[in-house]
Design a protein around this ligand. Structure first.
Ligand code: CA
Length: 219
């Protein structure tokens, strides 16, 4: 999953970035409202963590512009603990949830998982499909009840596919879920991870749609 982090405080931003990357999310980080706007117009993110107090362009303004463009990705706004009015304004401007600053890392991750599953049209926290079960919170995977260990990159490829069975994602789309702006992309990385996933989870789970990409078929 690819996330945009908008946070102008360098120290806070670095710690949130480390936290999100450790959870296998591909993350782009921008430090002001103008750059956030540019990033949001250029890239289709799965979720945005948006600080509201930003230089150059206010976070609420960025949020309103995003929703005015009919971009529907989940947005979590970050506000100071005592800024109740700002949180309300954020939610009414189209935010889906909020976190309080200073960030509690575990809480932020749980809210991200909740919004990503809602965005995929799911309420249940564990993905179950054709005997394969995937728990994004605990990072546990199993085939017919037998535990399977997946690498962080394999998770990053599998999650967007299994989240929406039937949806075909092209190789470039999967690469976007895997890498942020500054990462090196090797040309066959997606194939390598798909191969690893098929070996561990069975060859039927991820289907190759010729000339288009990959999907987890609907049951
Ligand atoms: Ca700020």
């Amino acid at each position: 999953m690819r996330l945009l982090l908008v946070e102008d405080d360098t120290m806070i931003g670095e710690s949130v970035l480390d936290l999100l990357r450790a959870e296998h999310y591909a993350v782009d980080w921008v430090k002001d409202g103008e750059l956030a706007e540019t990033a949001l117009r250029a890239q289709d993110y799965d979720l945005v963590v948006l600080d509201l107090g930003l230089p150059r362009r206010d976070g609420l303004d960025v949020l309103r512009a995003l929703r005015a463009r009919k971009q529907r990705m989940p947005v979590i706004v970050a506000t100071a603990r005592d800024a109740v009015a700002q949180r309300i304004e954020g939610l009414d401007a189209g935010a889906d949830d909020y976190v309080l600053k200073p960030y509690d890392g575990d809480e932020l991750l749980a809210r991200i998982r909740a919004l990503l599953r809602r965005a995929a049209g799911r309420a249940e926290p564990v993905y179950e499909h054709q005997g394969v079960s995937i728990n994004p919170a605990t990072r546990e995977a199993a085939v017919d009840g037998r535990p399977v260990v997946l690498s962080a990159r394999e998770w990053a490829v599998l999650e967007p596919l299994i989240a929406r069975p039937g949806l075909v994602l092209s190789r470039p789309q999967l690469e976007e879920k895997l890498y942020g702006w500054k990462d090196e992309i090797s040309s066959n990385a997606v194939e390598v991870y798909i191969h690893g996933l098929r070996r561990k989870l069975g060859s039927d789970l991820i289907r190759n749609v010729r000339g288009v990409g990959y999907c987890v078929p609907r049951e």
